[in-house]
Design a protein around this ligand. Structure first.
Ligand code: NAP
Length: 308
């Protein structure tokens, strides 16, 4: 008799994947997590300090990720290092081919590979990342209380971030490369009405200057704007290229699923930043992981009952 097919394969070891692993083990499923980097814990590891995860104010992002991971290990989740290259369903099982050629299989998949922040790709952006340059106002905005922050971008993320920062900072510069914003008119009007938000339209940022940390923004028309913090909010890119053939993503590449994580495909769930949602945070990613794992366990149990 061959080996029993594992119940669940989780792609991604960020807060969504690790939480899914913990909940799935507690539901007595056999679980394997595929992680791109050995002991990786996703984007959270890049966040110097996390101030909005309940009960753990000020914890380092790396440390929080390590704690999630340690918890998952303790619950009996197994980890495989590798990058998922192709996913498909065959004879009632999900298969995952890793970039190195190995093929893993499971009865269900939770896809929690996250997103990458779009970058400006200008001088100083990488150099001062985490030292004045940030990608999440809700995570790092509090460090700029009563100081001057700049938000770059013209979509909902940028305008929402500017509105959020306006409640914390002395002044917020909202810098957009074009005249027209993509953001909802209502939020833009709100931003325009805020006394401490200055909107700079048709302004292209060309360089970030600083010494030990970012100190100023240079624009393409050669203006130097002194700032304390810079929030690059120019969109995210979901890591879903490999799902193209499965047709489970929306026009922006996010997995179409509600908070249950269920998709149009049997046994395939999306969790965390990679799913269509309005707030992408550690806590919402973790919540997604919990929901998807519990729902996957329920669906698998029903399938087994039908088969018996
Ligand atoms: P987005 O809608 O793709 O907007 C990205 C913005 O960044 C655009 O204004 C774009 O400029 C600008 N941009 C892109 N690359 C740039 C570059 N290299 N240099 C300078 N600017 C650059 O992304 P998003 O704001 O993150 O929103 C993503 C989706 O989530 C949207 O559908 C949005 O409605 C949704 N969302 C909703 C809410 C909410 O409902 N409250 C909150 C956040 C996000 P151009 O306009 O010139 O292309």
């Amino acid at each position: 008799m061959g080996e029993k097919t594992p119940d669940l394969l989780i792609i991604g070891s960020g807060p969504a994947g690790l939480t899914a692993g913990i909940y799935a083990r507690r539901a007595n499923l056999t679980v394997q997590i595929v992680e791109k980097e050995y002991r990786g814990t996703g984007q959270i590891a890049d966040s110097g300090r996390v101030d909005n995860y309940p009960g753990l104010p000020g914890i380092g992002g790396y440390e929080l990720g390590e704690q999630f991971r340690g918890h998952a290990e303790k619950c009996g989740v197994s980890f495989t290092e590798g990058e998922a290259g192709k996913l498909w369903r065959e004879e009632g099982k999900w298969k995952c081919r890793l970039e190195d050629g190995r093929v893993l299989e499971a009865r269900a998949i939770i896809y929690a590979a996250g997103t990458v922040h779009r970058q400006l790709r200008i001088p100083g952006e990488q150099q001062f990342f985490g030292k004045g340059v940030h990608v999440c106002a809700w995570c790092d905005g509090a460090f700029y209380k009563d100081r001057v922050a700049a938000v770059i971008g013209g979509g909902d993320s940028a305008v929402d971030a500017a509105l959020y920062l306006a409640g914390i900072c002395k002044k917020v510069l909202l810098i957009h490369r074009r005249e027209d914003f993509r953001a909802a008119k209502s939020s833009l009007l709100q931003a325009e009405a805020e006394e401490n938000i200055e909107i700079l339209r048709n302004t292209v940022v060309s360089k970030i200057e600083g010494t030990h940390k970012a100190e100023a923004i240079w624009t393409q028309d050669n203006r130097r704007l002194p700032v304390d913090g810079i929030f690059v909010e120019i969109g995210q890119i979901p890591r879903t290229e490999i799902l193209r053939e499965l047709a489970v993503t929306d026009e922006n590449g996010y997995i179409q699923a509600d908070e249950t994580g269920r998709t149009a495909l049997k046994g395939f769930y999306g969790a965390g930043d990679v799913r269509t949602k309005s707030l992408r945070q550690v806590i919402t990613a973790a919540a997604d992981g919990a929901n998807a794992a519990v729902l996957a366990a329920e669906d698998l149990r029903r399938t087994t009952e039908k088969e018996v």
